[in-house]
Design a protein around this ligand. Sequence first.
Ligand SMILES: O=P(O)(O)OC[C@H]1O[C@](O)(COP(=O)(O)O)[C@@H](O)[C@@H]1O
Ligand SMILES: [Mg+2]
Ligand SMILES: [Mg+2]
Length: 323
Amino acid sequence: MTRIGMDLNSFILEQERLYPNATGSLSRALVAIESATKVIASHVRMAGLADILGMAGKKNIQGEEVKKLDELSNNLLIQYLSQSGEFFALASEELDEPIFPEEGKDAKYVIAFDPLDGSSNIDVNISIGTIFSIHRRVNSDVSDFLQEGYKQVAAGYVIYGSSTMLVLSTGNGVNGFTLDPAVGMYLLSHPNMKIPEKGKIYSINESNDKKWIDAGLKEYIESLKDEGYTSRYIGSMVADVHRTLIKGGIFAYPADVKNKNGKLRLLYEASPMAFLTVQAGGMATTGKEDILNIKPTDIHQRVPVFLGGKYEMEKLKSMLKNG
Ligand SMILES: O=P(O)(O)OC[C@H]1O[C@](O)(COP(=O)(O)O)[C@@H](O)[C@@H]1O
Ligand SMILES: [Mg+2]
Ligand SMILES: [Mg+2]
């Protein structure tokens, strides 16, 4: 029986037993993520001492400066996920093209991940994270990554914050586990997470307001303020979404004149976070369509993101003009 303090491995095995035909493959895949993120968490904790802050001295395919911790986290995930033998292919923010690990040639799943989310916060000791999205292998090629978000088998994130937490959904609700550093285990701390129907916080980079494309957006934010909402924006999607899941409200990264499709990437940021939000009882849209219904066309494609509780999302839909 699921209970507070239950360790993640026992939880994963308990979920597996609900499906008598399960082979254990997804369980082993999740354990590989668990192991990799524990090692990343330990590096994050010591980053200031271990000379792993700052730039790696290169740019990724999206033209962004790669930080040393981006690169380290990417390498650790590639190593752990590949050696698990449970992934046919891996796509990452920090990889130009997906890779197909030798050990995974018979595997059933593909995984897309943002190894280190919130790069601009790495050097200043503010919460950062890892985001992942798992789909079934269908065609055995790159197109396996171009499946709609609602087809995700599992999605989740790890937040390296004042504590490290892993938040996971396999399509059966959302559960959060806190890493107990003394025993090195993720323990169930937030069972059956539900986003409040109405919150008090909006989270958006308001310094971009003059560049927002949709003419209704500014009016919407003003109207939330009139209702007494306050602003919180960390600039790490993982941290802003984590707060939104727990406290409610809305998180947004809209399209603007500089980022015509928004900034966040569909496969390894928008889609897994939309899956978790919907599983927690909330909603997620680009302003034009449900994020989980988008059929991706590119591994690194970007989309506008609005996600949050029912009240804020319904109000948003009634006020956006889709300009
Ligand atoms: O600084 P901005 O433009 O508000 O962007 C913040 C957004 O960019 C990101 O840092 C992008 O993610 P990466 O750090 O993985 O590139 C998100 O975590 C965050 O929501
Ligand atoms: Mg990111
Ligand atoms: Mg990143």
